[in-house]
Structure formats: C-alpha cells, structure tokens
Design a protein around this ligand. Structure first.
Ligand SMILES: *Cc1c(COP(=O)(O)O)cnc(C)c1O
Length: 388
C-alpha cells in the first residue's frame, strides 16, 4: 500500500513498521529491547535518564507502542492500557463529572454500555442510547448536559455503520466530545480523528493485537487538553499494560495492514457465500451491496472489515446447533485474531445487556473471519449448515 496520510508524507505500512521503533543505539539490534523494569536509576534526585522514573508513569516499551498508535490514527497523543475497558474508563474519568450525560450508540460492545451504566451511573452520570446510524435520532437525543457522544462503527454485533463526520458535527454543536471506538475497523480501514472525532479508543486485544494472545487497550487524540487529562488518569489510576504486552502489540501492529487486507477478502467471500442460504434470514456485512449503509461504508472506510453476523431462520435453537458443528470456526468470545471464531452474542459477549435497549436478537451469530484459506472457511460453514 502506498497510501499517504494528510499530516505525514509516508504511507500507513511504512509508519506502522518504523514509527516509534528505532534500532537499539547500543547494540544495533533492529528490534528495540523489551524494557522489563519497574523502576529506573536516577543520576541524583530527580536526575531522570530520558525522563524515565517509574514504569506506571512511563516505560520505553509502552512509549514505543504509543508513538506507533498516535502515528497510525493521525493523532498527537496515544495512551496504552491493560484492556480496552481500562482505556475507555480513562476517557470517561477525564471528561465526566456528576450530572453529565453520555449519549451512546444503541449497538455497542456490551461491556462499554455496562461500564457507564453499572460503574458510572452511581456517581451521578446519566446514560441514554440512540441509533448512531440515524443522525436525526442522535440529534433528538442530545441533552443540554451531554458531554460525550460515544459511537462504535461498524457496530458490534449488528454491523451498522455510523457517519462519523455527521456525528462529530452534532456532538460539537451540543458542546460534547465525540469518542469513536475503532476496534472493528482498525486505523488501517478508518481514521475517525480525520473525520472529526475527538478521541479514538481501541480494544487492542482484537485486530491490533491480532493473534488472540494478549488483552490491551488504547486511546488516541489530537487534542492537547484531552490528552493531558487522559495521560494524568493513565498515571494516577494506573491501568497500564506490561512492557511485554506493549512490545507484543507493537510487533503485531507492524503487520496490521496485510492482515486486515486478508480479513476483508475472507469476510467478503464468507458473507457472499451465505447470502440466499435457506437457513439464513439475514447476513450483516457492510461489504454487501444491500447493506443499509454500504455506500457510507464505501466512503468512510478503506475496506469492510473481518466481522460478519448472520440471523438464522431456525432461531435460537438453530444457532445453538450450528456452533457445535463448525470445525474451523471455533466457539469463543473475542475477535480479530488469525483464527476464525463464532460467537452467540445473546448469551456470550452481549449477555450483560439482556433486558436493556441494547439487547441483541436471539437468532444471531457473529463470525470473526480469520486468515485461514477462504475456501476452507466457506466449506466449513456450508457443512455445518448441512448438519443442523
Ligand atoms: C472487546 C471490545 C472492547 C473491550 O475491550 P477489552 O480489551 O476486552 O477490555 C471494547 N470495544 C469493542 C468494540 C470490543 O470488541
């Protein structure tokens, strides 16, 4: 890919491989070492080498990842955390106060909704939801005390696509900041900051980590005052990732573009193979021409991503039978790894939002389409449907 970024003349893949990753000056090691240290010797009191004092406040392995993330999202500041939810919490902490209102898309990761509803509401924060793919509905749901407009696009698990630029306009007119969860799209496919969002959050556990071997999160912004608050809470609350996890994430980011290209191609093949199957009532994938926001997704994203969800004509019972029949797709939560996974959101990822306005259909299966051979993935689903 020879794509360039407005603020940076080099393309995405070049930046992914080089930004924040200088070779080790002492040995010439091409890969910077993993700084597995909690503390740093001082040259006299306050005599910090390169600013390093204690690893909750700063560690070179975390800094390498943060520089790489800021570059790839087109931000000026990035912060890495021990999980996606810890990253989200740092944003909420640095912006909210009692009496503030959070307006959230009604089709977001269940844990994101739970964080505001179960952790923040008791401190006087209000939360309501709206269909983020419907700008009029969002506009009508804004309140005078709305401080955060929170959007996830494509959404989890129904793959709705929201117009980030349109939402940014509505949020800013209301005096709110706009937070975009870019976990599903990744910075390779979508650049929310360039579209007007103020903050991007990630579960780096997913595509950025990409190999199902770590849990992590990140926040990126180009707003210096937001960055100051988020950085303070990263340090003062301390939900940071380990130097080893930071390094693993750094290594994974270097291959993000090639992995995501293949995720997109495989997901498109899987989605197309399922359209029209008699056991399937609906296939949700923004890359299908009849997806309600296909045109918006084509404008806003470089590709359509690796996530596909389907609704079965046989309902819940058929969904529960199908997940026992797949041989390549493994039944597990999470997504974005090299291996294909199937999940039943109603009782797995989205169990925490049952009985709320975020409840997901009980005939829905979510597929995280991995990097195996597309033919094997298509064949696996066909044999599983034949068996139920
Ligand atoms: C998994 C996920 C999260 C939460 O991240 P963790 O790393 O599990 O804490 C947030 N948003 C989305 C879209 C996710 O898929």
């Amino acid at each position: 890919m020879t794509e360039t970024h407005p603020a940076e003349p080099r393309g995405f893949s070049t930046r992914a491989i080089h930004d924040g990753q200088p070779f080790d000056p002492r040995t010439g090691a091409v890969i910077p070492p993993i700084f597995m240290t909690s503390t740093f010797v001082q040259d006299g009191v306050g005599g910090f080498r390169d600013g390093y004092e204690y690893s909750r406040g700063g560690n070179p392995s975390r800094d390498a990842l943060q520089l790489q993330l800021a570059s790839l999202e087109g931000g000026t500041h990035a912060f890495a955390f021990g999980s996606g939810l810890a990253a989200e919490d740092a944003v909420l902490r640095s912006v909210l106060e009692p009496g503030a209102h959070v307006l959230m898309g009604n089709d977001v990761y269940g844990g994101t909704h739970r964080l505001v509803k179960k952790v923040w509401e008791k401190w006087g924060v209000e939360i309501t939801t709206a269909d983020a793919s419907d700008l009029d509905a969002v506009k009508a749901s804004v309140r005078p005390n709305t401080r955060i407009l929170w959007v996830e696009t494509p959404s989890n698990p129904l793959m709705k696509v929201a117009d980030i630029a349109g939402l940014a306009e509505i949020g800013h007119a209301a005096g709110a900041i706009v937070v975009a969860d870019n976990t599903f799209a990744t910075p390779y496919l979508q650049q929310p900051l360039a579209l007007g969002a103020d903050v991007v959050v990630h579960s780096t556990t997913k595509y950025i980590g990409g190999h199902s071997d770590l849990v992590g999160g990140a926040v990126v912004t180009a707003d210096a005052s937001l960055a100051e608050g988020i950085g303070f809470h990263q340090f003062a609350v301390g939900a940071v990732n380990s130097p080893f996890d930071a390094w693993l994430t750094t290594r994974s980011l270097k291959t993000l573009s090639v992995r995501v290209e293949r995720h997109c191609a495989n997901a498109q093949a899987v989605a197309e193979s399922l359209v029209g199957h008699p056991a399937i009532a609906a296939v949700h994938y923004p890359g299908l021409p009849d997806h309600p926001q296909h045109e918006l997704a084509s404008r806003q994203m470089r590709g359509f991503g690796g996530m596909v969800s389907i609704q079965l004509t046989g309902g819940r019972a058929a969904a529960l039978r199908l997940v026992k029949q797949t041989r390549v797709f493994q039944l597990a939560e999470s997504l974005g790894g090299v291996e294909s996974l199937v999940c039943y959101p109603f009782e797995m990822t989205h169990a925490s939002v049952r009985g709320t306005e975020l409840e997901v259909p009980d005939d829905l299966l979510r597929l995280s389409v991995g990097l195996e051979d597309a033919g094997d993935l298509v064949a696996d689903l066909q044999q599983a449907f034949a068996a139920i």
